[in-house]
Design a protein around this ligand. Structure first.
Ligand code: GDD
Ligand code: MN
Length: 398
């Protein structure tokens, strides 16, 4: 089961997974009435024995966009075709894009695994049991039926369509830095949570592409197949699809870049914090060292203590400026202003620690040592964040 609900734009998913349903095959259709009977029969023939063996059932979800050729009616006529294979038809009233068809199918799917495929028999249904095996034996989370691994191919495509597909694939793989060979396959199988975990924002044909970019920590496997041209009906591939595709690649590229920057932001924050507290620890040593030496030389305890404090604040400031926050602006007025800020804010930290310790131990009756630890924690957090923001003029986060 998936925890909670996923949200994707206007789609909201409550998982309808049902035990005993091992697989949902989602097939978007538009004017595929001639292909549907053949498709459903081959799915059944390929899957029946396996379902019997594992004592489970599966479903095919036809997501039809009001095809005028009666695709939905043809599919409904086959709904009692097999005992373990349920055929469901999801009718949408007007033509919308392919991605939203798949997501609407997913929304009503009950299987713990999902297959996405075309209706026109370009994607051989005989491959489905193999794909399911890969998932059930936990060899991966996503299986891509691939034209571009050894053993895979495309039959009977025109040179033009071949070139288009190969360059579309290459473009995506380089720009988006993908490892898989066929990133634009329309035929794949995955665990249900893989699809449910992605917030899809592109439209059109590029479901797999967006999945590969956004779910980047899943285990992916490619198995070869031969894409055969449809023998009935017309391809819906068009210039519009190609333009949508370019836009999707561009959007996903920007998405990846933004995420890399954000990631760097958190790394930056943590490395700044680590340096800041290392400097703080070095300050303790400076404080102690200077005070004891000064006491030896001057034999005046109070002046020695003061010297220790002043030296450690100053050395902390210098190290934090040059090392922690990598600020190399040495203009004298600028440095003096920063120093004043640093001393001021750190003093506020000292007062904060003092007050908090008093408050927690005397007024709320907390044990002194625990109160002290809490107060030191709060004060040093204050010191880091306030100096990051006001002394060194950085964003608090990042
Ligand atoms: N519901 C719905 N709505 N289904 C649609 C729509 C739509 O607007 N447009 C197309 N489909 C269905 C078709 O009926 C078919 O089942 C499937 O989506 C793929 O459409 P095709 O028109 O056959 O696509 P293609 O053969 O040109 O492209 C295929 O190969 C590409 C690889 O080069 C698809 O599998 C692509 O996803 C794939 O990238
Ligand atoms: Mn096709």
């Amino acid at each position: 089961m998936v925890e909670g609900e996923g949200e994707r734009g206007h789609y909201r998913y409550g998982s309808r997974e049902r035990s005993g349903v091992v697989l949902s095959i989602i097939v978007p259709t538009y004017n595929e009435s001639e292909n549907i009977p053949h498709l459903l029969r081959s799915i059944r023939d390929g899957l029946e024995a396996k379902l019997q063996r594992i004592d489970s059932s599966a479903e095919v979800i036809i997501v039809d966009d009001g095809s005028p050729d009666g695709t939905a009616e043809v599919a409904e006529r086959h709904s009692n075709m097999a005992e373990r294979l349920r055929i469901r038809v999801l009718r949408r009233h007007s033509r919308r894009d392919l991605l939203s068809a798949v997501l609407d199918g997913l929304n009503t799917a009950e299987g713990s695994n999902i297959v996405v495929m075309d209706a026109d028999l370009s994607h051989p249904p005989s491959l489905i049991p193999t794909m399911l095996d890969e998932l059930m034996h936990d060899r991966c989370d996503l299986v891509i039926a691939s034209r571009y691994v050894d053993g895979g191919s495309v039959a009977e495509w025109s040179i033009r369509r071949k070139a288009l597909s190969i360059s579309a694939n290459m473009l995506a793989r380089t720009i988006l830095n993908l490892k898989v060979k066929d990133a634009v396959s329309g035929f794949f199988a995955c665990r249900r949570w893989v699809l449910e975990g992605v917030n899809f924002t592109t439209s059109g044909y590029k479901i797999l592409l967006e999945l590969l970019v956004k779910a980047d920590n899943i285990r992916v496997k490619e198995i070869p197949y031969t894409f055969v041209n449809r023998s009935h009906g017309k391809s819906k591939f068009s210039a519009r699809v190609a333009i949508d595709y370019m836009r999707a690649v561009w959007m996903l590229y920007r998405y990846g870049r933004k995420r890399r920057v954000e990631r760097r932001g958190s790394v930056l924050f943590l490395s700044r914090a680590a340096r800041f507290y290392t400097v703080g620890a070095s300050g303790l040593a400076v404080n102690y060292g200077v005070a004891s030496i000064a006491n030896l030389l001057l034999s005046n305890m109070h002046i020695a203590t003061l010297a220790g404090i002043l030296c450690s604040i100053t050395s902390n400031f210098i190290l934090n400026k040059l090392w922690t926050f990598e600020d190399t602006d040495l203009a004298i007025l600028h440095v003096l202003r920063q120093y004043a800020y640093y001393v001021g804010l750190s003093s506020v930290g000292g007062v904060l620690q003092f007050t908090l310790t008093h408050l927690l131990s005397s007024i709320y009756g907390m044990q002194y040592n625990i109160a002290l630890i809490l107060a030191i924690g709060v004060a040093s957090m204050w010191n880091f964040l306030s100096n990051k923001k006001w002394t060194f003029r950085e964003k608090v986060w990042g």
